[in-house]
Design a protein around this ligand. Structure first.
Ligand SMILES: Nc1ncnc2c1ncn2[C@@H]1O[C@H](COP(=O)(O)OP(=O)(O)OP(=O)(O)O)[C@@H](O)[C@H]1O
Length: 346
């Protein structure tokens, strides 16, 4: 059992038996405009207790605007946010912005300068000492408590800002682009911290990130935002392998959207009138055959654990093919075919 008791928390056994709250967070009909421009066009979504939800969308899609409204740090023009059954009031309805049950870590978080870390953390702390120490260990900051805030790296500052929010004992933790300014080493530390927060402290997490590698392995569910609307919601596999639009496909990495003529060769039993969508790992380079397209290798890109080969076919389309070993060269004449059975059309 965790020592940390953020709220009227369910026991682990209750959670296993499926008694965690459904619709722990309920967001409905959120509309928001700024200077005559509508940024959010009626956003609806729900998050269950202990669910890990990622919001993904192109820059300017409205993710930060939405998250601030969910946290009670901005005012919606229309719609409502309910957290654990009670309405989250907007900034115009409260003297002190925010909601005590919701912690929001901004992309532009602030930390007081020239204070000892332990003093920064003691302000607003609602946890008993052992629970606070457990939180600081999970945040990987227990060795930094005696330092001054001016003596910290960017990643350490961010984890202290997180701990400071979490020792207010929230039930929902919202993180807006937490990984955006971190090198890979600090990003991995922060990923482990966020994983441990939800697993050991049983906090429900909602985060945004631009990088599919931040969200696909982590999230239980991904919400895709486009121009102020949620256009798709699904498991990471559904969003990656079965995107409803080219916009969603593009957010999660390279893909091949194949014209009808080429698709008829690659997959004769396919769906006419629709575009076949294949990720680079769903294609391969072959010696030839009826269900293969001839082409010329234009470029080979090294990705560490694989290569992505760009092949130009007779239809003047460039295909991206993932290969494990580089056994072709720029200018090689090759054939490309579908790898495996899984196909998807949009
Ligand atoms: N206070 C404001 N006044 C005017 N326009 C705004 C304001 N805040 C946001 N916008 C506009 O609303 C749109 C959505 O912004 P928002 O920051 O919510 O997007 P985002 O998806 O979080 O983008 P990013 O991933 O780049 O942070 C953008 O076009 C932005 O310029």
């Amino acid at each position: 059992m965790p020592i940390f008791v953020p709220r009227s928390i369910l026991s682990f056994q209750q959670i296993v038996k499926g008694k965690a709250h459904m619709d722990f967070l309920n967001v409905s009909g959120i509309i928001k405009s700024e200077k005559d421009k509508t940024i959010l066009h009626g956003v609806d979504f729900q998050v269950d207790e202990l669910e890990k939800v990622a919001i993904v969308g192109a820059s300017g899609a409205g993710k930060s605007t939405l998250l601030k409204i969910v946290a009670g740090l901005s005012q919606a023009d229309e719609g409502a946010v309910f957290y654990d059954g009670s309405r989250v009031k907007g900034v115009d309805e409260k003297l002190m912005p925010g909601h005590p049950g919701i912690a929001y870590l901004s992309q532009h978080f602030e930390l007081w300068n020239n204070y000892r870390v332990e003093d920064v953390l003691s302000y607003g702390n609602k946890l008993p000492e052992d629970a606070a120490m457990q939180l600081y260990r999970i945040c990987r900051i227990d060795h930094l408590l005696k330092r001054y805030t001016s003596q910290l790296s960017g990643g350490e500052r961010q984890r202290i800002a997180m701990a400071r929010l979490l020792n207010g004992a929230p039930g929902l933790f919202i993180l807006d682009e937490p990984y955006s300014n971190l090198d890979l080493i600090h990003k991995e530390i922060l990923k482990a911290v966020i994983r441990d927060l939800s697993e050991q402290l049983q906090i429900t997490c909602l985060l945004t990130s631009h990088d599919p590698m931040d969200t696909l392995p982590w999230a239980d569910r991904i919400l895709v935002m486009q121009q102020g609307k949620i256009v798709q919601s699904g498991t990471p596999h559904e969003i990656y392998a079965q995107p409803l639009s080219e916009y969603t496909a593009a957010l999660f990495g390279p893909y091949n959207l194949i014209n009808e003529q080429d698709a008829a060769v690659l997959m004769p039993s396919g769906k006419p009138g629709k575009h076949l969508l294949l990720r680079p790992h769903q294609m391969r380079i072959v010696a030839g055959g009826n269900q293969a397209l001839p082409g010329t290798v234009q470029r080979i890109n090294y990705h560490g654990n694989c290569y992505i080969v760009e092949v130009l076919t007779a239809s003047k389309e460039v295909f991206y093919i993932q290969v494990a070993n580089m056994n072709v060269q720029k200018g090689s004449q090759v054939h490309i075919a579908i790898n495996g059975q899984e196909t998807w059309y949009i």
